[in-house]
Design a protein around this ligand. Structure first.
Ligand code: HEC
Length: 107
């Protein structure tokens, strides 16, 4: 019986953690709106595509690229290098999932 309680508690904690990270992503996304639009639907100034047209995995790859590879991206890459700096890779993945889940525009 005791084991069941421990497992239930563990599941509850895991559940609230993923909820927290979605809420964090929603808050973090506010920093992106000025250039990308409220639904990531705009092509950012100097950019080439709207993030909302990308799949979650593509957004993750892009954000990790800006974070980990100084040569990654287009002519405005330095803008994005600065934007992703405060975030961990987990934060960036959560942001990518948040954008894809809420705003995806099929091409
Ligand atoms: C100051 C304006 C600005 C802000 C703020 C900003 N971006 Fe960007 N973003 C750009 C520009 C410009 C590019 C194109 C960069 C390049 O040339 O590689 C870009 C590119 C991207 C891309 C690659 C695909 C695309 O849409 O062009 C993603 C994904 C992205 N940004 C996500 C974000 C996220 C998530 C945030 C918030 C954490 C954010 N950006 C904040 C300007 C901005």
């Amino acid at each position: 019986m005791r084991m069941v309680k421990i497992i239930t508690t563990a599941l509850f904690v895991a559940g609230s953690l993923s909820f927290a990270s979605a809420a964090t992503a929603e808050a973090n996304f506010k920093r992106c709106i000025a250039c990308h639009g409220v639904k990531a639907e705009k092509v950012p100034p100097g950019g080439t595509i709207a993030s909302a047209t990308l799949k979650a995995d593509e957004i993750k790859k892009t954000l990790r690229g800006y974070k980990n590879d100084k040569t990654y991206g287009g002519k405005m890459k330095m803008t994005m290098q600065l934007q992703v700096k405060p975030f961990s890779e987990e934060d960036l993945d959560a942001l990518a999932d948040y954008i894809f889940t809420n705003f995806y525009i099929a091409k």
